[in-house]
Design a protein around this ligand. Structure first.
Ligand SMILES: NC(=O)c1ccc[n+]([C@@H]2O[C@H](COP(=O)([O-])OP(=O)(O)OC[C@H]3O[C@@H](n4cnc5c(N)ncnc54)[C@H](O)[C@@H]3O)[C@@H](O)[C@H]2O)c1
Length: 347
């Protein structure tokens, strides 16, 4: 099988690529990634020479290039992760999100459709999405697969748009698809603009920990390797035309999460208890900030037998250890443009 994975040099994508390259030697995995600031081939050093793996640098929003690539490699299945993925960046530059997340997805759908026409036996377009498309919850309730879309940020609106296009290609052209909507991921290789790696990096360097608003925003968190496992299961066992929600059964208020992280970092860095917590500073809220996301992952649990393998404490400990053991990775990605972005965003 020729399997195309888009965005495979990014955070989640690199874990998915590694899992498929290692577990499925009879698939040829093509990793297509533009290598934006978020893409990093260092993430895949351990598998880059495997015979069933090929990296291709390119833009999913470049129609001519994508059509040529599909013609050449005849991809039978696709796992589509490539995206602009950071809410704060989407507030500063919404068009970049429309281009990659919506245009890029439609260009891939079209190329897939043109390649196989109506001969879709054993073919699959697997689209990776987020729980953010459902908007914001109050103090109670959960997102299920039937919750209406109600996105509030340019990021979530662009992901919602891409989900709608995938579904529309299924309904209109019979294109075989699966969509999964997952909650917040954390773990090794995440770019330190997202909360957990950003704060680990700041604690290491004794820098302030900028918590938005009053810190009461609530998110569900899932260890990235458990997400990759869920993708593996949905890819092989999921029903065509279905959506599955993936979540960690693990809701945290940001401020409580940050306090837990601080406590674990004090232990790891052998600092006096309470040292890292003193770095917490509350900063001006993000506009359009969703109060609470919470996923009900019963469908994937009951129908496909997936559950997370780690508790949050275990996952967080592994994550902290990884960042402390991979200082060079962290230093490389936080030099240059990262500094400019950080100054603009938080100062
Ligand atoms: N991180 C999360 O918590 C989370 C949760 C649920 C869903 N998702 C979804 O999972 C996917 C991956 O998220 P992530 O956190 O790994 O993102 P990421 O930002 O770490 O990685 C995205 C990757 O896509 C690549 N890319 C960006 N634009 C591209 C383009 N035009 N053409 C080709 N490649 C391009 C980047 O170079 C990068 O390697 C996204 O679709 C995101 O919406 C993420």
């Amino acid at each position: 099988m020729n399997l195309l994975i888009t965005g495979g040099a990014g955070f989640i994508g690199s874990h998915v690529v590694r899992l498929f390259v290692k577990n499925y030697p009879n698939y040829h995995i093509y990793n297509l990634d533009l290598l934006t600031y978020a893409g990093n081939l260092e993430n895949l050093k351990d598998i880059e020479n495997q015979p069933n793996y090929t990296f291709i640098q390119g833009d999913i929003a470049n129609e001519g290039f994508i059509n040529g690539l599909f013609e050449k490699h005849k991809f039978e299945r696709i796992i589509h992760l490539a995206a602009e993925s950071h809410v704060d960046r989407s507030i500063n530059d919404p068009l970049a999100f429309v281009k990659t997340n919506i245009m890029g997805t439609v260009i891939l759908l079209n190329a897939f459709k043109m390649l196989w026409l109506d001969n879709y036996t054993d073919k699959l377009f697997y689209h990776i999405s987020t729980d953010e498309v459902y908007g914001s919850l109050g103090d109670s309730g959960f997102f299920t697969e039937d919750t209406s879309y109600d996105p509030n940020s340019p990021y979530s609106a662009s992901k919602a748009g891409s989900d709608h296009f995938v579904r529309a290609y299924g309904e209109t052209y019979g294109l075989p698809y699966i969509i999964t909507n997952c909650s917040n991921n954390y773990g090794p290789n995440q770019f330190p603009e997202k909360l957990i790696p950003l704060f680990i990096n700041n604690i290491i360097h004794n820098k302030p920990l900028p918590v938005y608003g009053d810190g009461n925003y609530t998110r569900d968190w899932l260890f990235v390797i458990d997400h990759a496992r869920a993708i593996d299961i949905a890819f092989h066992e999921g029903k065509l035309g279905e959506t599955y929600n993936i979540g960690g059964f693990n809701e945290w208020k940001n401020i409580d999460l940050v306090k837990l992280l601080c406590a674990q970092m004090d232990i790891e860095l052998q600092r006096e208890k309470g040292t890292s917590e003193k770095l917490i500073t509350f900063v001006k809220d993000r506009p359009g900030h969703d109060l609470r996301y919470a996923i009900d992952p019963s469908k994937i649990k009951n129908e496909l037998g997936w559950t997370p393998s780690l508790t949050f404490e275990e996952g967080l400990e592994k994550t902290i250890r990884w960042y402390l053991d991979n200082e060079e990775w962290l230093n490389n990605v936080t030099s240059g443009d990262y500094q400019n972005y950080y100054q603009k965003q938080y100062n």
